[in-house]
Design a protein around this ligand. Structure first.
Ligand code: AMP
Length: 577
């Protein structure tokens, strides 16, 4: 059996190990999970704990536990743990030894060599300390590679064309952004920037602040000095934060959290995504500034970048992806698990060193974007059919995403949920693949919250559920084969739209005028469909408004067209909802 070289991502918060087998990279599980928390501790009876067990005791016994040792690598310090002190290399070696053991168990053979990743900014002393940790764990470090390089290799294992890649890496406690130049033979980090003390833990801290203030206000007690209570709050906030990446609300329920005057204090609080996003916005601004500094350092601008890759668990936060797309005009790639792609890249580098052929990583992703429509701004104007994507193209499947919507009229008892597949910001230019109505909503003012959830499984089956938040009233639909069935119809619909465009748009029309014409045409078709089932009064209104749109179009009067289109779309929206 040839010597296998493993790839290791030795992270500040978590570590992972991977290997290439039969040409394909695969992650190796440690204690039943793909991620090993980078925490080492001593239990009450001095048993050595590495990983989750050590992490579990961290908040309660910090004097017996060491976390984030990576921050100390290369320093000449001794870190106390229980009765003794250890060098950072020794603690890192304990993590490496656990990863090596897991690989030996999974592969059934001794492992002696590894490729280990380090941040691009690591100094020579920090790299040497990492090598030494490897030696202490009886691992010969075949190569130390930069984390952004590893991420680029994971995404582009079989790259052909030279590319400039931006790697945005936001973990639990550190942020790095690097510009990597990938070419056939050389992979080079052109520039790197970041903040060693910024990450998902800071996002948790914002929620912990909110929860602490809530407890003070509602229970009249400050939990800050109560260690077990703060440990529970911190953990609950991290879980809620992760929920908010996929859903618009998250509930925190912690029973018997504290005692006040002999009475138990329970915590029950709902967190809201929009509110949470405001709390972390300043951190995201900081990461975007760093991104521009890295680009400048590489002598490049946003348009020179061909790919943005997301690394680190905290990049699952949807507003990070949105902000990067707005800022750089390129949709970041996130089809690989952002926690695992550095280890995967290390394994690919390891395989290359040992002369193995490597093919790309296989991930099941959705080839289309799925979403719904709502009243929202489109090109700066409120528009009833603005496309709201829930599951974006290239998202790994299975996936579940939810979004909150609100009713627009007082006393609105019915809504129609339209489900579209496509990429256009105007939902009417996408393919409608299903719709349903929910009737009997509460008789309340506008703003009644409806949570819509899209779940797409590996077989391309899409479940969509909409739920009135205050009552739980819900309706759902299942669309089989959502990722394949509509290709032909979509093609035909696109052809029709193009045909409409050439008929309606005269050669001197500006692009936005053609867009208006296209929108008008689609609305007219929609109005005609509605006329079939409308009552006499509504039908007359529809006929009049359609006439108005046609007249304005014929007169070539852009302002009048816009006005007439707005009136017609208001009526259609009203009749449909
Ligand atoms: P890493 O150091 O790369 O393992 O990243 C760990 C950080 O990612 C922690 O702060 C986690 O709470 C955070 N994280 C993990 N999953 C998610 C998620 N789905 N949404 C937001 N943050 C997440």
């Amino acid at each position: 059996m040839s010597d296998i070289i493993i790839g290791i991502d030795l992270g500040t918060t978590n570590s992972e190990v991977a290997v290439v087998q039969d040409g394909r990279p695969r992650l190796i599980e440690v204690d039943g999970a793909p991620i090993l928390p980078s925490v080492v501790g001593l239990a009450d009876d001095d048993t050595l704990l590495v990983g989750q067990a050590a992490r579990n005791q961290y908040a309660l016994y910090p004097e017996r536990t060491i976390a984030s040792v990576k921050r100390r690598m290369g320093e000449d310090v001794r870190l106390p743990m229980g009765e003794r002190e250890y060098t950072p290399q020794e603690i890192s070696a304990l993590i490496l030894r656990r990863l090596k053991q897991a690989a030996e168990e999974a592969l059934g053979q001794p492992i002696t060599q590894a490729v280990i990743t380090v941040p691009a900014y690591f100094s020579d002393a920090q790299r040497q300390a990492t090598r030494e940790a490897g030696r202490l764990a009886e691992l010969d470090v075949a190569r130390i590679i930069n984390e952004p390089t590893a991420a680029a290799l994971a995404y582009e294992a079989d790259h052909k064309e030279p590319k400039n890649i931006l790697v945005y890496d936001l973990g639990g406690g550190t942020f790095d952004v690097s510009v990597v130049r990938l070419s056939q033979d050389v992979t080079e980090v052109l520039a790197s920037h970041g903040n060693n003390h910024l990450g998902g833990d800071d996002f948790d801290a914002k929620l912990v602040e909110q929860v602490t203030a809530h407890i003070k206000e509602h229970a009249g007690i400050d939990p800050s000095d109560n260690r077990p209570a703060m440990a529970r709050i911190t953990r609950a906030c991290e879980t809620a934060k992760i929920t908010l990446s996929d859903a618009p609300f998250a509930r925190i329920e912690e029973e018997y959290l504290l005692e006040k005057d002999g009475e138990p204090v329970h915590l029950s609080l709902e967190l809201d995504r929009a509110d949470y996003e405001n709390k972390i916005a300043a951190y995201l601004d900081e990461t975007l500034e760093a991104t521009h500094i890295a680009l400048k350092g590489a002598g490049l601008t946003a348009t020179d970048i061909q790919e943005i890759l997301l690394v680190g668990g905290a990049t699952r936060t949807p507003s990070i992806q949105q902000r990067l797309e707005q800022e750089l005009g390129l949709q970041p790639r996130s089809e690989m698990d952002p926690d695992l792609c550095v280890a995967t890249g290390a394994a690919i580098q390891a395989a290359v060193i040992s002369g193995q052929q490597v093919s790309g990583v296989l991930v099941d992703v959705t080839p289309y974007t799925f979403g719904t429509s709502a009243w929202a701004d489109l090109e700066g104007e409120p528009y009833p059919y603005t496309f709201i994507p829930l599951i974006r193209k290239n998202t790994p499947i299975p996936v579940t995403k939810s979004e909150a919507f609100a009713t627009t009229h007082d006393g609105q008892r019915i809504i129609t949920v339209h489900i579209y597949q496509g990429e256009d910001p105007d939902a009417l230019n996408n393919t409608e693949i299903g719709s349903f109505r929910i009737e009997g909503l509460s008789d309340v003012p506008a703003g009644n919250v409806i949570v819509t959830t899209f779940s797409l499984d590996v077989n391309g089956i899409l479940h969509v559920t909409s739920r009135e938040k205050r009552t739980g009233l819900e309706k759902q639909i299942t669309i089989d084969n959502a990722t394949a069935r509509f290709e032909k119809e979509e093609l035909e619909a696109a052809r029709e739209r193009l045909a409409a465009l050439t008929v309606d748009a005269s050669p001197e029309d500006t692009p936005s005028a053609s867009h208006e014409a296209l929108q008008a045409q689609t609305l007219i078709e929609k109005a005609e469909q509605l006329m079939e089932s409308a009552n006499a009064e509504d039908k007359e209104d529809l006929v009049n408004l359609v006439e108005g749109v046609r007249d304005a179009l014929a007169a070539g009067d852009a302002a009048a067209t816009e006005q007439a289109v707005a009136e017609l779309s208001d009526l259609i929206y009203y009749l449909e909802s």
